[in-house]
Write a protein that binds this ligand. Structure first.
Ligand code: HEM
Length: 395
């Protein structure tokens, strides 16, 4: 067994600066047992890759929830999320979505995303103080995923609220004692809401993702509604995290921002580096499916494992000068979007949205004065996202 210490993964200091904490573990105990969370932490790049690749690690992890009678309905929905299943069921669920996320289909969203970004960025100019999270990073991905799915954008306040409640359950925000109850309520409200949207599209198909999934016909109704919830949830919580973290990284590195403004054509490389440097998917959880030995430690079937993407992405064994933000970094096989069969399905959409949003805000950024001491982070086990990022707009 590794060092048995009570590490609070959601302590204020670790939430604010996870890199110092995970970096220490990465160097001392690469396979680290965390007694508080009953989990093994894998923090080195090569070990996280093993976690993603090896069948000894399973993505199916809703079991503990299924054992709680009051969570039965919620776990029935979550157990159909592709991200919580292993092949062959995973293959079936994911395949049904490949058409909907084909690069050509995602690229068709470009003009609509650009218009949404414009609507959000234009009013930012005359303000004296803005919150880059509340004013841009949070609303944009919610609007985009609503459009993509075919959910009325006017219902945004409703579904972002439910999705925020669900985040406490799925992303493990332990600052809320009632996280199971709130997460359950948010999930079931989303289920009923999206079941209504699906029924409506069945009667009157449109050119949206729900209609594409219905036309595909592979998924039975429950799986289809579960998939829509997953897409709505995954499609906005993470992308808003990336946007917020990227604004903070760019404003904290004026030299890098200057280079990017001079070479806006390098934006795609920059986005990969922003995903590596401070991406929003801090950890990916797994369960050990069969006993496996790693660095001398025996991980037993059933044990929980946290693949720490954030730490793998700063592993000096894989990245040169890992703690430096280098927007032109070329050798960058980061794990910010996961790896393997569960590699982020929405990656092309996340990249497109981020490219459009950052490109539109680049001219504004040098006039923004960071109030970093006022930036606050969500207390989330899996996610790394700012709650707010207040900035002053200069002349
Ligand atoms: C910057 C934004 C995003 C980040 C950092 C991100 C990150 C990730 C990561 C790390 C995984 C792997 C999880 C695991 O292996 O346990 C994942 C899977 C997934 N993501 Fe994303 N994601 C982003 C945006 C999106 C968007 C926009 C969508 C959809 C509209 C989306 C949909 C999904 C889905 C459906 C999966 C599950 C894929 C599977 O299990 O096969 N993501 N994402």
């Amino acid at each position: 067994m590794g060092e048995r210490v009570e590490d609070d993964l959601l302590g204020d200091e670790v939430v604010r600066d996870p890199q110092t904490f995970y970096g220490r573990i990465r160097e001392r105990t690469p396979v680290h047992w965390n007694a508080r969370y009953h989990s093994w932490l894998l923090t080195r790049y090569d070990d996280v890759l093993i976690g993603y690749r090896s069948p000894a690690f399973s993505a199916a992890r809703t079991g503990p929830l299924e054992e709680r009678p009051e969570m039965a309905e919620a776990s029935a929905v979550l157990s159909r999320w592709m991200v919580f299943t292993d092949p062959p069921e995973h293959t079936r669920l994911r395949r049904a979505c490949t058409l909907a996320f084909a690069p050509r289909r995602v690229a068709m969203l470009q003009p609509r995303i650009a218009a949404l970004v414009d609507e959000l960025v234009r009013p930012l100019r005359p303000a004296t103080e803005i919150d880059l999270v509340a004013d841009l990073a949070a609303p944009l991905p919610a609007l985009v995923i609503a459009e993509l799915l075919g959910v009325p954008t006017s219902d945004r306040a409703l579904f972002t609220h439910w999705s925020g409640e669900l985040m406490t359950l799925v992303f493990g925000s332990l600052d809320r004692a009632d996280r199971h109850e709130r997460g359950r309520a948010g999930l079931l409200a989303l289920r009923d809401y999206l079941a209504g949207v699906v029924a409506e599209r069945e009667r009157r198909p449109r050119d949206d993702l729900v209609s594409v999934l219905l036309a595909d016909g592979t998924l039975e109704r429950d799986a289809l509604v579960s998939t829509c919830i997953l897409l709505l949830f995954a499609g906005h919580e993470t992308t808003s995290g990336l946007l917020g973290n990227s604004f903070l990284a760019l404003l904290s590195h004026p030299d890098q921002l200057r280079v990017l403004r001079g070479r806006p054509d390098t934006i795609d490389l920059a986005i990969e580096e922003l995903l590596r440097y401070d991406g929003p998917a801090k950890l990916s959880p797994r369960r050990v499916a069969e006993d496996i030995r790693l660095h001398g430690e025996l991980l037993r079937a059933g044990d929980r494992v946290l693949l720490v993407n954030a730490s793998a992405n700063r592993d000096p064994r894989r990245f040169a000068e890992p703690d430096r933000l280098m927007l032109s970094r070329a050798d960058n096989p980061h794990l910010g979007l996961g790896y393997g069969v569960h590699y982020c399905l929405g990656a092309p959409l996340a990249r497109l949205e981020t490219r459009i949003a950052l490109t539109a805000t680049l001219p504004l950024l040098p006039r923004l004065e960071l109030r970093s001491e006022q930036a606050t982070w969500h207390r989330s086990l899996l996610g790394r996202a700012l709650r707010s990022l207040p900035v002053a707009v200069g002349a």
